[in-house]
Design a protein around this ligand. Structure first.
Ligand code: HEM
Ligand code: MG
Length: 252
């Protein structure tokens, strides 16, 4: 089957994003995660970037895999283009790994990766993930309150251990969306109640938890659907900024 899960080989390129890696592991994106040249981006390959703006290809990928609307990834897709490397002849011009570029989309206080300044900001790390793994004790699901607590605790850990931590409105905006993704995609997008088993499989194996019983949402998950979850997650995260950021200027 074209969309069976196959673990990446040592030469396949993967990103700091469990969502994109899952799409590659299931063959929705090139399994190599590489050889994504600018013409291919324009054509179809990375799909989740510029093609969003040009045709419906990646829109179909996101819907097929997650029933996710393209507007939920539009900002990440636009920012992701800035990760393209400078050598236009290179087959490495855009790889999934290109997205590890710190402070573009990649940020500190991730749920499942270490901070750039103090560790590996690319690969899944079980110790980093233990905050989420152990969240909402006594329950078999995560929800927006537990997700907000994870955000709070991961940020507190980064502030305590990383003298170079970046924590501005930009990061909290991106982080809230990412937490809403795992709740909304693997749980009920209206309430954000998500079975732990599904969420943990997604992060640990970068696999759709189909054999665990997950089915994709019956309702299309749009940015408007995720917005209330993001607000609840944000409120529960008890957030204060460490520094100002420049407002992100982007076309609309
Ligand atoms: C994290 C890029 C789509 C779920 C990230 C990160 C990047 C990224 C660079 C690393 C941020 C960090 O934690 O430091 C993108 C791009 C996308 C995209 C360019 C599409 C154009 C998705 C989708 C999903 C998703 C469709 C859901 C299935 C997540 C989650 C994290 C994340 C949950 C947080 C990981 C963590 O904190 O450890 N994404 N992403 N992303 N992404 Fe994506
Ligand atoms: Mg990170």
């Amino acid at each position: 089957h074209g969309h069976a899960w196959i673990a990446p080989t040592s030469t396949d390129s993967r990103s700091p994003c469990p969502g994109l890696n899952t799409l590659a592991n299931h063959g929705y994106l090139p399994r190599s995660g590489k050889n994504i040249t600018v013409p291919e981006i324009l054509d179809a390959a990375l799909g989740l970037c510029l093609t969003l703006l040009i045709n419906s290809h990646s829109n179909n990928i996101l819907k097929e895999a997650f029933n996710l609307n393209f507007d939920t990834v539009l900002l990440a897709a636009k920012l992701g283009l800035l990760a393209v490397n400078d050598d236009p002849s290179s087959s490495q011009m855009m790889t999934l790994e290109s997205l590890k570029l710190h402070d573009l989309i990649e940020h500190d206080a991730s749920i499942s990766r270490n901070d750039f300044a103090t560790g590996d900001n690319l690969h899944f790390n079980e110790t980093a993930f233990s905050t989420l793994a152990n969240a909402n004790p006594g329950k078999d699901y995560y929800d927006p309150v537990s997700a907000g607590g994870v955000q709070r605790d991961r940020l507190a850990h980064s502030i305590a251990t990383n003298p170079n931590v970046t924590n501005s409105h930009k990061e909290i905006t991106i982080r809230s969306r990412e937490s809403a993704f795992y709740l909304g995609i693997f749980g009920n997008p209206a309430t954000g109640v998500a079975p732990k088993k599904f969420v943990q499989t997604f992060f640990r194996e970068e696999r759709l938890p189909i054999e665990e019983g997950w089915v994709k949402s019956k309702t299309l998950i749009t940015a408007a659907v995720l917005a209330p979850l993001e607000a609840m997650i944000f409120n529960a995260s008890d957030w204060t900024q460490s520094q100002e950021c420049e407002v992100i200027v982007a076309g609309n």
